[in-house]
Design a protein around this ligand. Sequence first.
Ligand code: CA
Ligand code: CA
Length: 138
Amino acid sequence: MNSVVFRFAAAALLVLPLCKGACAPTGLTVEEKLKLLARDNDEDGNGVVTTSDIAYDINNRYDTNNDGRVDESEWVARWTCGYGDTKQYARWVWGVLNGGASYMDASQFAGEPFHTGIPLDNFIATNRERYIKFASSG
Ligand SMILES: [Ca+2]
Ligand SMILES: [Ca+2]
């Protein structure tokens, strides 16, 4: 193997775990979690959460077995690792968003409001309300 290819392969091995494996610290405040959610759900940074932002997030941060869809265990793994949330909260959000279905995939986010895009402030406000609602549900 020539040294350029070797260095590229070595760099890829270093970066890969950071893409799917690096976890947020536990004990983040809600506002800190919301900043991470904003970053992860507006991949292109244009201030709007769109179908393509969500597809990127699902494919690169949730679908760890690369079968094109997200199951509850992948969802829970992402929320506990990515945001330091509890499994209980992750499962609750899964239920809120997925309505009892077994899988989630990017096609579910192809229509409105994601087609036009959700302003990031609204997206964050919705997620803030979920944290508050869950905390108050005991
Ligand atoms: Ca965007
Ligand atoms: Ca999957």
